[in-house]
Ligand binder design. Structure first.
Ligand code: NAP
Length: 281
């Protein structure tokens, strides 16, 4: 019988490719979702849907019944709380062997803790490690797929002087690594640093993205103070948060050193050029 993995956040940017990869690799997938119709449209009928909020302990308990693994792909603001609730339920039921996979980030390092997202990611990592529940933590670099976030109303804008190169990786490679982690005991209690094949400046990656997906659009740079002003004018909370995040990355935060995780969960080999061939125009 195939292993069952519960995906929390299955209908999200990261959760969708992870869920699809798990299905493709023969796992049974259960998803805890708030909106079954939306999730079904994205993920189809092969997934078993449990309707509920991840802040609802009863819904979580129901979703965790009988699973072999749990993948957490939730918005960063909730990471530590969800990790705490999931691991408490598993520990209380004596099921510490259920493997929890969790997405952290390449800059999740103590020196970057001043930034709230990193503080939350480190808290989630700490809670998971201290819980005694089996885990695999992933610290991926920037996803190529996130380049779409820089394009708005036909303009491609990088906020802040982004002078640190990142090893951009495809979400599909990341999803393969998550699925692989459930196929090998070597991934148990490991933190996997996941990088793409080549370090690139954001400006260069975005221009290559635009050349293929938005021909004729030039990637421009805008100071973060201007971005904050624009977000206020447009009354856009999502843009405000995005600019805040870019102000953090403008400081070239230290990144995690590679730790050989590719030997355990496979290498992210897709280049930006290869990935661009797969992107819907
Ligand atoms: N390295 C990178 O480049 C990169 C890029 C993006 C994200 N990330 C990381 O990936 C993780 C996931 O982010 P994401 O962009 O995939 O987030 P997302 O697209 O916002 O998806 C989050 C998912 O969580 C679900 N959710 C939210 N609140 C919920 C609740 N109370 N109960 C049940 N489900 C709930 C959402 O469901 P609904 O569909 O109902 O809203 C959605 O399916 C974060 O840790 C983020 O930091 C990394």
């Amino acid at each position: 019988m195939s292993k069952t993995i519960l995906v929390i956040g299955a209908a999200g940017f990261v959760g969708v490719p992870v869920t699809k990869q798990l299905l493709a690799d023969g796992f049974s997938v259960r998803a805890l979702v708030r909106n079954a119709k939306k999730a079904r449209q994205l993920l189809g009928d092969q997934v078993e849907y449990i309707i509920g909020d991840f802040a609802d302990k009863a819904a979580l308990e129901k979703a965790l019944t009988g699973v072999d693994g749990v993948n957490l792909s939730v918005p960063w603001q909730f990471e530590a709380a969800v990790v705490r609730d999931v691991t408490s339920i598993l520990a209380a039921k004596g099921r510490k062997n259920v493997r929890v996979t969790h997405i952290s980030g390449t800059t999740a390092l103590p020196e970057n803790r001043w930034y709230p997202m990193i503080d939350e990611k480190l808290k989630a990592e700490e809670v998971l490690k201290q819980s005694g529940v089996a885990y695999t933590i992933f610290r991926p670099s920037w996803f190529m797929d996130a380049l779409a976030l820089f394009v708005r109303d036909g303009r491609a804008t990088i906020f802040g002087k982004q002078s640190q190169p990142y090893y951009f990786l495809s979400l599909a490679d990341f999803a393969r690594a998550v699925s692989k982690s459930y196929q090998t005991e070597a991934a148990v209690n490991q933190t996997c640093i996941i990088n793409g094949p080549k370090a690139m400046l954001m400006q260069d990656a975005l221009q290559q993205y635009c050349d293929v997906v938005h021909p004729g659009v030039k990637a421009a740079t805008m100071p973060t103070w201007f971005g904050k002003m624009l977000a206020a004018m447009l009354k856009s909370e999502s843009m405000k948060d995005f600019v805040k995040m870019m102000a953090y990355f403008e400081k070239s935060p230290k990144v995690s050193a590679p730790n050989g995780a590719e030997k355990i969960v496979g290498a992210s080999t897709t280049t930006l050029q290869e990935w661009l061939k797969t992107v819907k125009k």
